[in-house]
Write a protein that binds this ligand. Sequence first.
Ligand code: HEM
Length: 300
Amino acid sequence: MDTVAALTRLVQYLAVSAVGGSSLFFWYGHRPGESRWPRRLVRVAAAMGVLGVVGWLMNKAAEFGTGPADAGDPAQVWAVAWDTPFGRAAVARAGLLAVALAVSLAPRPTPRRWIVLGALGLAASATFAWTGHGATDDGWAGVVHLGADVLHLLAATIWIGALLGLSGLLIELRRRGDGSVASLAAEALNNFSRIGVAVVAVIAGTGLVNSWFLVGPGGAASLPTTPYGQLLIVKLALFLAMLGLAAANRYRHTPRLEVPAQAAPGLRAVVRSVMAETLAAGAVLLLVAWLGTLAPPAHA
Ligand code: HEM
């Protein structure tokens, strides 16, 4: 059941990243014009996200019931969905993604529609704070932890959504291969890097707050000896690797795109680097989905 919980959570994290972060990228980073893949990406992600929530709730019903058979019992699933705070948060997430699916069916998305889709995806992302370890403290500590987790989720959604949008754009530009691809790629990368530093700063700061509540100063030393701690360490290593790749994109590869003689090798280097950063981001989400099923040191 933990594996199903982690996998359905991963599907939902990826879905809100595409609906929230990629939609915003199609507004501030690169306007898709006639390309169809951005709409398809957001539609499929919204639908997968709703299915991910249903699968997660069914698994919870089995967990709280007598076993896997309860996953198919509508009364059990209904009870989990409506009688628990995390169930209601998950239903809100499914509702927001269902509305996003409806909005994404419009034939020709305008910049305003990408903003609406982005807002729906970010709101869906924020609901995770009520279905995981973010909602485990009381009083003022609870407010601070929950607030930090919401900001952590929003920043993560914006970063990973932009990477998905950038990856799709670079694949399209590589296929197109005409003279404009280098300048279009440079423009999109520069547009993202304008918000990149702020996004990374929020993620690092709120990640430390999360760690304070879930690991604590007393739990830091034991991190290498517990499954939770080992996963968190791998996550931090991936975060540092993503920072390195992002810095290489910004300071090394993107400037080459603006020099005609270096544009072609520059584009190859950018594609490799952005794909590696996107894969690392996917691995971070898998680790986070898994971390959500384990007891953090502060609760052990
Ligand atoms: C690529 C950068 C990162 C991404 C995409 C990311 C993403 C996430 C996501 C999606 C969650 C789940 C929140 C929830 O469902 O409530 C999370 C939780 C968490 N993050 Fe990050 N994060 C990143 C970097 C960091 C950093 C740098 C730190 C520490 C300094 C950190 C510490 C944590 C902790 C402690 C949790 C709680 C895990 C749990 O027990 O559920 N994260 N992160």
